[in-house]
Design a binder for this molecule. Structure first.
Ligand code: SF4
Length: 375
């Protein structure tokens, strides 16, 4: 099983962000940590020590906005109530500014992977996105992270920013690669409802720069990263061999996970089918009752099969059709024969022996492909 810990606080909301996050009074941080610890302890009575935790991921929001002592108390609650694997992947997302001075403490707690949000090396783009850090802030955070012994670092970059020229993107990718992080996530800027950009651009959802430019910049990024030795292992994720994010692969392969914190989702196995639930998204409610749910439902076998396919297709290795058959007692072919034939004929998927995966064209039309597997 995996554990995800949501920290919903940020110094300032970025212009593109639709995550459940925002600024809060520092006094709220401690109340939140107390509620999180109660939630972690409470779930352990149900899940207990019988399940080994393979990965723990502190995401947000900005987990590094908390004090090291607060992060440690959350981690201690996990360690004392669950059984961590000897090689548990322990990731924390950090902002270059709020991480300052905290990295030795984070390493000491036991984090072995760190994810730094950079997005761009260009100040103009950082300001446009509403990021609070500069490239220099990022650089000193990165150097400090290496200095205190992080041997597994992810850097987030962003493509398809309005005004981003090929040269600007190429400079961001080259500068980041020069530092040799083990992992790079590259997401295109999309306009999402409820964000300052959505207000600014009106009722436009998707890439502001237009689909064609967005796709061109995406493939330029893929090519540059591959040339520099990064393996393209998921639509938006790249790593040096052996440094794929185990936590995220768990999502795509449908490993059960417990999400704790405001609005966090869980998907846990039960004899009736996997139970998908989401915590309350009201901070006030969460602080008084960290077990309050926004929704909860048991997935049918059809839903689990659909998810296995469209999440699995996000990975370049695709869906292991033999594993699918072992798990569900029915072959992918027998369920989706016509769909697969059509997608193969259109050049959107490859059908290998034992796998089904997206072609390059299929990556461009990913949402269309995924939708074909919904019954
Ligand atoms: S730091 Fe991350 S979570 Fe916070 S507002 Fe910016 S993009 Fe959203």
């Amino acid at each position: 099983m995996e554990i995800y810990v949501h920290i919903p606080f940020c110094a300032k909301k970025c212009n593109y962000c639709d995550f459940l996050s925002g600024p809060a009074d520092e006094k709220v941080y401690q109340l939140y940590v107390d509620a999180l610890v109660r939630e972690i302890e409470g779930h352990s009575r149900q899940l207990g020590r019988q399940t080994t935790i393979e990965t723990v991921y502190f995401g947000g929001g900005t987990p590094s906005i908390l004090d090291v002592s607060q992060i440690k108390s959350i981690y201690d609650a996990i360690r004392s109530n669950y059984s961590l694997a000897a090689d548990t992947e322990m990731t924390i997302e950090v902002n270059p500014c709020s991480a300052r001075g905290k990295l030795p403490g984070l390493r000491e707690i036991g984090f072995n992977r760190i994810s730094i949000g950079l997005q761009s090396i260009h100040q103009r783009e950082l300001e446009y996105l509403g990021r609070i850090h500069s490239f220099d802030d990022f650089l000193s955070c990165y150097i400090d992270a290496r200095g205190v012994g992080f041997r597994n670092i992810n850097v987030d970059i962003m493509t398809a920013i309005p005004g981003q020229t090929d040269q600007m993107l190429s400079e961001t990718v080259s500068e980041v690669c020069r530092l040799e992080p083990e992992h790079i996530s590259a997401y295109s800027l999309m306009i999402e409802k409820g964000t300052p950009f959505y207000e600014q651009f009106g009722d436009v959802e998707g890439p502001v720069v237009g689909e064609e430019t967005e796709r061109r910049l995406y493939w330029m990024t893929v090519d540059m990263l591959k040339e520099r030795g990064y393996k393209h292992y998921e639509i938006s994720n790249f790593s040096k061999p052996g440094f794929e994010s185990r936590h995220n692969i768990g999502y795509w392969k449908r490993v059960p996970y417990l999400g704790v914190g405001l609005g966090a989702s869980s998907c846990l196995a039960s004899p009736q089918g996997d139970v998908r639930s989401r915590n309350t998204t009201s901070l006030e409610k969460y602080l008084s009752d960290p077990f309050a749910k926004e929704e909860s439902s048991t997935l049918s076998k059809d839903e689990m099969m659909e998810e296995t396919i469209y999440l699995g297709l996000r990975m370049m290795e695709g869906v292991r059709t033999d594993d699918f058959e072992k798990k569900f007692g029915v072959s992918v072919r027998s369920l989706y024969s016509d769909v697969i034939d059509d997608l193969v004929a259109q050049g959107l998927v490859y059908e290998g022996s034992g796998s089904l995966s997206l072609s390059d064209l299929g990556i461009d039309y990913g949402n269309h492909v995924f939708a074909q597997f919904l019954r």
